[in-house]
Design a protein around this ligand. Sequence first.
Ligand code: SF4
Ligand code: SF4
Length: 452
Amino acid sequence: MAIISIIAFAIITIGAFAFFFVKAKEIYRNIQLGQKEDLTDQPGKRLTNMLLIALGQKKMFRLTIPAILHLFIYVAFLITQIELIEIFIDGFTGQHRLLFHLFRDTLNSGFLTGLYTFTISFIEVLSILALLATFAFLARRNLLKIPRFLKSELNGWPKLDANIILIAEIYLVTCIFMMNGGDVAREIVATGESPYGFLISGNIVGPALSGLSLEVLNVIERIGWWGHIIGVLGFIVYLPYSKHLHIMLAFPNTYFGRLKPRGEISNMPAITKEIKMMMDPNADPYAAPADGAEAAPGKFGAKDIQDLSWKNLLDAYSCTECGRCTDACPANQTGKLLSPRKIMMDTRDRMQEVGKNIKTHGPDFIDNKQLLKDYITVEELRACTTCQACVQECPINIDPLDIIVQLRRALIMEDSNSPEEWNLMFSNIENNAAPWQFSQQDRDKWAKELTQ
Ligand code: SF4
Ligand code: SF4
């Protein structure tokens, strides 16, 4: 029986990790579809950002109560991995609580046995806190009418995805207490007392179950044990399809975040040069380009995901769909179509579509679709005020604005697609070096009139 159990455990464990590895490679390949961008400078500052923002959840605390609830789930997730170590050891060896018996019986170490008991007790307390947070999040998403969870981009799979993970959390916590509580109870039934001093299952769950027969308790404990590990491996398989990929990608995403001051939009060097020449009365517009001068770009802005930077694509995979960006967006607040969260979700959907096309039909396949217009509409792009509130609010430093600006650049500079009012402004800038309909020599005229 034990050998069948070991084989079954090995098959599902290796299968789940192999599947995840294949999917992770696909995700990496999709991110590499983007343009190159060097984001490796100032490694110390990058590391600090990652530790504060991804590990320390610093920006989450702009909304205190959700941040605390999220912290319970996050810390429980991290710490529970310790208990998994023993589950994996037991699974591959066919033993039961091998570490506990090693510490207590073989090494006879009171310290290590106490540390083991403390760790499992800590996991149990965190599991209860995570359970409370999970119920609060379920209510927040499904019962409370919180505007950012009611936007149309969350209809269908995104809402289901969020609920699936919350329900899976309840399932995993139940399995933990079935496993630990069943273990404690069967020791009480078999020997009159339990060797496990776990805080909650040792004092509450185990004693409560100890009225059941040994056979039933064995079944409860096994269901809890297998249920827990199958839940964890199922989560690993599910992760590449879910927004919960952010639990991993938040770390590289914050490390490789752009370090330029907020508010500074990435200019195109060739255009910047043109403007500088226009502003310089001594510039010779017919002068030959200097040696080493940057060549004019082949195209302006971005129309599809291959035109964006790899960091834009990593941003899209990292998005948690929390909607804090959309909540802060003045365009969205005033009823415009734009939602920065949808910009990120569209970018991810299109990237996955392109990745799937490449996998199925080869790298040269053209599906006659693109991110611009087929996913993100002109109306959405025009609504952006470039205020940066979305960038400011994102808990993991995602930059929806950069994608918007690049798409809008292509819309205007490649397709000449802009409203009449903007065209007037553009021609004024071109002719007068100012957005107004008068020459730049007349700029200070209004002040002169005041002093007359
Ligand atoms: S930069 Fe654009 S998308 Fe972002 S919050 Fe401001 S208006 Fe909204
Ligand atoms: S971009 Fe950031 S703030 Fe907006 S939904 Fe994604 S994770 Fe949340």
